[in-house]
Design a protein around this ligand. Structure first.
Ligand code: COA
Length: 460
């Protein structure tokens, strides 16, 4: 099924050109300082450069006192409401929360019982595809990567929209509701197609549950027997709630703002966001956490042996093990310092699920990785260095306990974040100023135009 694009052969042939690419593009981090350019849009103290304003959600991970960054307990607020108040609210009142969170993020207020019912009905009505869309767009061109397939499905929806470039608010809202409703189908059918065409499994396509919400539909549509328990659906619903939005500065929301500011269509903006989320430093980290944990299990004989585990984590941090990046995935955050409130909310639930599903050793390995990584980095960078476990450390292990395939980890994050992206897009479109920052131009050599006959190869 996979098409061989001969990348390796191509790479070999162009190795000289790659050397030019390196030589003529690399810019040392110190040069950024010289020109006072904020690399990664970060200030010197690690805080983010202010590039916009949002009313949707707030991410707090530090305080600034006398220009100094002071680590504080992390807090996430959706439309002003602390995430734990919201989550504990629907857990106490025994209902799923994701649709309520979607309503809150999109419209800026909590739904009444009646408006929530209507919103759920609206989502349910939109949870379908145009005739033959599933066959034409998903089954005929399956992808090994569900994030890639989500992008192509969303781009294909443009063709089925009678006025896709309309950026009026009512159109944006209709498109948003449509995408939020359809994303469980998109990822489930893309996943089933991948399993069938790439993994030689049977092709199983369920119809959506009319009375089910987002979490229930995801479990129903992705599982061959479509069976799930209330506890499993609640766990997935919680994961969707905590990942529904994360301020305007996270990479994919920011990408949504940038692209939307050009006046482009919703499908283009949302596929950009998905491309951003896929990266391992952003949403793709949940898949890397799973791969890293498997790698650790394969290399550390006794995970309970703290010395052995620490030695292997040090090797990963030194870039000598796992993927060579030097990162412990699931650790660290651009804003949070002491704690990630999403990780805190998931921690106890994950423990309870681990006890129920016989995954306590895996759960404890995760918490040991967090504790030891904090200790190693404090030893290396000094006692003031704070690094916390982030949401992805726990989502990976929870998905594993829910029997969800690694292929779906990041796509499920995308399903949750669809709401946030749509809300940020509407916010940006209402402010019709195109984003256009500036770059310092640093030519790599003093080229002047010469006729082709006079050029000689800069052979190496
Ligand atoms: N493992 C090892 N070292 C880490 C680390 C990690 N997970 N996270 C940060 N560090 C190190 C950095 O390499 C950097 O070291 P340096 O100063 O010697 O270069 C230092 O700590 C400061 O990093 P910081 O400025 O806090 O990180 P950042 O804001 O640039 O990056 C992340 C934030 C999230 C991209 C980064 O922590 C990371 O890549 N984590 C792993 C991927 C992940 O879990 N992403 C999901 C985020 S929700």
């Amino acid at each position: 099924m996979a098409h061989d694009l001969h990348y390796d052969e191509l790479r070999k042939q162009i190795s000289d050109l790659i050397a030019y690419v390196r030589q003529n593009n690399a810019i040392e981090p110190s040069v950024f300082e010289k020109y006072n350019v904020k690399r990664g849009l970060r200030n010197k103290n690690g805080t983010g450069v202010l590039v916009g304003m949002t009313r949707i959600s707030d991410v707090v991970g530090y305080a600034i006192e006398d220009g100094k960054k002071i680590p504080v307990k992390g807090q996430l607020k959706y439309r002003g409401i602390p995430l734990d108040d919201l989550i504990n609210g629907f857990i106490d009142e025994e209902r799923y929360g994701y649709e309520e969170v979607a309503y809150l993020l999109l419209f800026g207020l909590l739904p009444t019982e009646k408006s929530l019912l209507h919103f759920n009905q609206l989502l349910s009505q939109r949870r379908n595809f145009p005739a033959t869309f599933k066959e034409d767009v998903i089954l005929k061109t399956p992808s090994q990567n569900i994030m890639n397939k989500l992008q192509s499905i969303i781009l294909a929806l443009y063709t089925y929209d009678d006025n896709p470039d309309d950026v009026s608010l009512d159109k944006l809202l209709a498109q948003s509701i449509d995408l939020i409703a359809k994303v469980p189908l998109m990822l489930a059918y893309a996943y089933q197609a991948k399993r069938h065409y790439f993994d030689n499994k049977s092709l199983i396509l369920h119809q959506p549950l009319i009375d089910g919400g987002t979490a229930e539909n995801i479990l129903h549509l992705t599982r061959p027997d479509s069976h799930f328990t209330r506890q499993e659906a609640e766990m997935l619903d919680l994961l969707l709630c905590v990942q529904a939005d994360h301020g305007g500065g996270n990479n994919s929301a920011f990408a949504t703002h940038v692209v939307s500011s050009s006046g482009t269509d919703t499908y283009s903006a949302i596929t950009t966001a998905i491309g951003s989320l896929k990266g391992p430093r952003h949403g793709g980290a949940n898949q890397r956490v799973h791969q890293m944990v498997e790698d650790i299990k394969g290399h550390v004989k006794d995970w309970k042996n703290e010395k052995e585990l620490r030695a292997y984590l040090e090797k990963i941090i030194d870039g000598k093990a796992f993927d060579g990046s030097g990162l412990i995935y699931g650790m660290g955050h651009a804003v949070y310092t002491k704690t990630d409130p999403r990780a805190e909310l998931l921690q106890d639930k994950a423990r309870a699920l681990a006890e129920k599903t016989g995954h306590v050793p895996e759960y404890e390995l995760i918490t040991d990785i967090a504790r030891l990584t904090q200790a190693i980095l404090k030893d290396r960078k000094g006692p003031d260095y704070d690094i916390c476990a982030n949401v992805d450390l726990y989502t990976g292990v929870i998905f594993d306990m829910l029997g969800i395939d690694e292929d779906l980890y990041t796509p499920l994050f995308a399903a949750a974040r669809m709401v946030g992206w749509c809300a940020h897009r509407m916010e940006q479109v209402m402010d019709s100023k195109i984003m256009r920052p500036a770059y310092v131009y640093l030519p790599s050599n003093n080229l002047t135009y010469t006729p082709i006959a006079d050029r000689h190869s800069m052979s190496r």
